[in-house]
Write a protein that binds this ligand. Structure first.
Ligand SMILES: Nc1nc2c(ncn2[C@@H]2O[C@H](COP(=O)(O)OP(=O)(O)O)[C@@H](O)[C@H]2O)c(=O)[nH]1
Ligand SMILES: [Mg+2]
Length: 227
């Protein structure tokens, strides 16, 4: 008697975007560069967070940035910090994708960078679906947007590795219920690393800097070990 056995082979078929993202991830891994993809709605504080972060950390690590936009306004702001910053002109697209990211990779000297910061397009829907090959997806929510955003944009919150709640200096001026916000986040992304911050006053940013320092150190160590 012959018995048949069914073997379910689950094969992950990578989309074109994921294949390119994987290639970028490999380039970053080979060079020991830690890369973050910052996503948020327009005005939440992406550029402000980058400026604060570069200002605080540029003395202890080498940083470069990539900015997705149609105009170089943010690029010019970030360049005032004296770091390399490359514009990806998205031509009005609502998100960055791995192909756009790959187009700027040759312009970056990865051997001279420890941390690569990507400012994605201001949008809470489209960027969530496109892996850029970075190590961590950083989502910024901000108090003026309201406390219901995790409930309205679940994909963005679900995929976050780190969530920052920015503009906490506005908390006293607005009926933003932090507990309601956090409950919505936890239901989607239990235990996500969470930093309440103000890029205006600097409150809470030290914890974010420490998180980054640690990740950059760990990534660099993987290359040192491989040698
Ligand atoms: N009150 C307050 N304003 C902030 C804070 N962070 C950023 N802003 C302001 O919010 C506006 C939009 O910030 P920006 O960094 O350009 O946001 P992006 O569009 O996400 O890059 C600017 O006027 C910032 O000065 C904050 O923590 N508190
Ligand atoms: Mg910006």
């Amino acid at each position: 008697m012959t018995t048949t056995r069914k073997i379910n082979v689950e094969e992950k078929i990578l989309s074109a975007n994921d294949r390119i993202a994987q290639d970028i991830r490999q380039q970053l891994a080979d060079a020991g560069v830690f890369a973050i993809n910052i996503m948020a709605s327009p005005g939440a504080g992406k550029t402000s967070l980058i400026l604060r972060t570069v200002e605080a950390l540029k003395g202890e690590m080498r940083i470069a940035a990539v900015d997705g936009d149609v105009v170089p306004v943010d690029v010019e702001k970030i360049a005032t910090q004296g770091i390399q910053v490359e514009l990806i002109n998205t031509g009005g697209n609502c998100h960055l994708d791995a192909n756009m990211m790959a187009s700027v990779m040759p312009r970056l000297d990865l051997s001279g960078i420890d941390l690569l910061i990507v400012e994605n397009i201001g949008n809470l829907i489209c960027p969530a679906g496109f892996d850029l090959g970075t190590d961590a997806r950083i989502v910024i929510a901000s108090v003026p947007e309201g406390d219901d955003k995790p409930y309205k944009y679940p994909a963005m919150y679900k995929g976050a590795d780190v969530l920052l709640l920015n503009k906490i200096d506005y908390l006293s001026l607005q009926d933003f219920d932090v507990e309601y916000f956090r409950r919505g986040v936890e239901a989607l992304n239990e235990g996500v690393t969470f930093f309440p911050v103000s890029c205006r006053t600097g409150e809470g940013l030290d914890a974010w800097f420490d998180w980054l320092r640690q990740r950059v150190r760990e990534k660099r160590a993987t290359v040192a070990q491989a040698k």
